[in-house]
Design a protein around this ligand. Structure first.
Ligand code: C5P
Ligand code: MG
Length: 159
């Protein structure tokens, strides 16, 4: 028997100059802005990580990797996601069916990175790129110095 479970997560970071912009483990080198963050500031992976944790009613990303702990400074969000997927898999038999996310960023346009981002996220979760749907929105100029991401996923937990 298996149970379908939904997960949901969000993240936001302030944008500053002279920092890399990393979205879904892909560096957007054309961006003049990058994220101000304790980790590498990958909002998409942070939102997906919380979606995953919430789907099994776990603690959240900050519980496992507190931003106040200097040990985690500059840590790759890809490593955080992989670590937490392994932690979940140690106690639950889960199969992720699909992941959908929206990234809100005014500039640059991200459509040309969609496939690469889907591929990277899929690799981190041991999925196929066609299981990762990512869309992009601007803030219509309301939040030009912020990047935000929201992610939901569906998984089945084998009981
Ligand atoms: O926010 P807005 O509705 O103006 O976005 C219109 C379209 O622009 C989106 O549907 C998406 O195709 C694209 N977009 C993008 N990269 C962004 C923001 C929006 O490709 N950073
Ligand atoms: Mg974050």
């Amino acid at each position: 028997m298996s149970n379908l479970r939904v997960g949901y997560g969000e993240d936001a970071h302030k944008l500053v100059t002279n920092k890399p912009l990393i979205i879904g483990n892909v560096t957007i080198s054309e961006s003049v802005y990058g994220t101000l963050a304790h980790s590498d500031g990958d909002v998409l992976l942070h939102a997906i990580t919380d979606a995953l944790l919430s789907s099994v009613a776990s603690q959240d990303i900050g519980y496992y990797f507190p931003p106040s702990n200097p040990k985690f400074k500059g840590m790759s969000s890809a490593d955080i996601l992989k670590d937490l997927l392994n932690i979940i898999k140690a106690s639950h038999k889960v199969e992720i069916l699909n992941v959908v996310a929206v990234v809100i960023l005014d500039k640059p346009k991200l459509g040309k990175y969609r496939q690469e981002i889907a591929q990277r996220v899929a690799e981190l979760l041991n999925l196929e790129a066609n299981q990762i749907g990512v869309t992009f929105k601007t803030s219509e100029g309301f939040a030009p110095e912020y990047i935000q991401a929201r992610a939901t996923l569906l998984l089945s937990v084998v009981l």
